[in-house]
Design a protein around this ligand. Sequence first.
Ligand code: GLU
Length: 556
Amino acid sequence: MEYGILADRLFSHITQTPEQVEASYPRRQLPEGAQVTRMGPSPTGFMHLGNLYGALVDERLAHRTGGIFFLRIEDTDHKREVAGGVEAILSMFSAFGLPFDEGAAPAGEKGDYGPYYQSRRAEIYQTFAKSLVAQGMAYPCFCTEEELAAAHARQEANKENFGYYGPYAVWRDRPMEEIEAALAKGLPYVIRFRSEGSIENKLRHEDLVKGKMELTENDQDIVILKSDGIPTYHFAHVVDDHLMGTTTVVRGEEWLATLPVHLQLFRAMGWKPPRYAHTAQLMKIDEETGGKRKLSKRKDPELALAFYAREGYPAPCVLEYLMTLINSNFEEWRRANPDLPINDFPFSTKKMGGSGALFDMNKLRDVSKDVISRMTAGAVYEAVERWSAENDPDFHALFTRWPDKTRAFLAIGRGGRKPRKDLAVWADVKPYMDFLFDELFTPDYTLPERVSVGDAQSILRDFAGMFDQNDTPEAFFEKVKAIAAAHGYAADTKAYKQDPGRYKGAVGDVSMVIRVAVAGRQNAPDLQSVMQVMGREAVLSRLQRCLAALGEENCK
Ligand code: GLU
């Protein structure tokens, strides 16, 4: 049997030619230097930081050069697929605001280079596999799992390389009659690529992230189509990225090991390979050992992108932080341009680190605090409203009960050169403002050390008599000073420091007593502003409540 006959025999259902397929994927008409990038996630239901890291690089490369960023669903492994996996991918990317120009989309697919689901491209892969078989560059292999396992055991015993190569490539040069006989018996088979490579040879590769490197040629006859006719990643990647006009493949460094296979396949097909950017693993410092390790799905909830949505990390904060990991000069740029949109940053693969990027939650929180502190109260309100509706409905009801008050509270300490940085995630908003709501108010009336219960009572009574919700913070402070002086506390902190023996304490102790009564805790934003938001009635009732509690304490 000739190769051509074998190809027809194996792929009798494939009637189109590679040329016909090629014709339906014309070269993209893009400006000089425009890059075409893609995200190729598998719909396993688990979207992780690595996906987002890669997507951000893809998106920037494409959109900074006037190119195309598309989404291809790599759903060739049915075992790993979960229901709703594609929707999870789409909603995650839209939540992070990374716009795809083409690809899988909520309403089907968009773009002229599809289908964008690998599961819908079986015949395309088979067309090219058929052509390889017809040229003698690929062949069917009927090895069973057991036979492959036995070969593996032999290789182990002989301390040889594992895999399907040389003498172990047992179907590579079988006479046609044997292939014919196996086919006649209906035995399952895979299609393998006939490698002409040798591990004695090196090939040169220049990676956009890792730089120049030397790789060992591939000598394995790798599987290109599995027994169900579905391609392996290797083959699907080569066929798809060629047809879809991908110029730059950004993917995890775990794919470097099989890069020689991919380059070999591109050569065999007569196609120009894309450029590759193999990105470094995300690492973290292990809390127990203090050493660096890879982020793990099992140990680190922060690896899952769902974690950020649930905790309420604003998407721009996560992107901003990832950019600090992706480009070493981003932080410097951000310091010089605090108000520019992140997309103005001149992103470049040249500034990407080749070795493990260290992911640090505390750093992320700091970046997030910075970003949130620069948002307007209105924007914070809207974001928290959306987040709490989904993640904390009870709090949502309180948060939206008096929108104007809530917004006014969120505005305290915002704006200006040194805005407050209390919030890193939307989940922080509840503990930040829970005291405003009687339903959530669980006061801790611990008084400042230097203030006796009796003094606290007098301070609160005095203050209740003179509180005016329309006071400015300065006018409020004058009142507090007067109360301080009346009860033996220094009205001026400096005076107290100079001669502490003369006073019971200082003006700060007095305002702290009021804060503890009103907010039920020792830290809260500017007190007079808070009381203004709360309103006279609520403040007086808080003062009374504290007086009552202190009264009980006195009677103990
Ligand atoms: N489906 C592959 C993965 O999830 C994509 C790798 C690539 O982008 O080429 O790892």
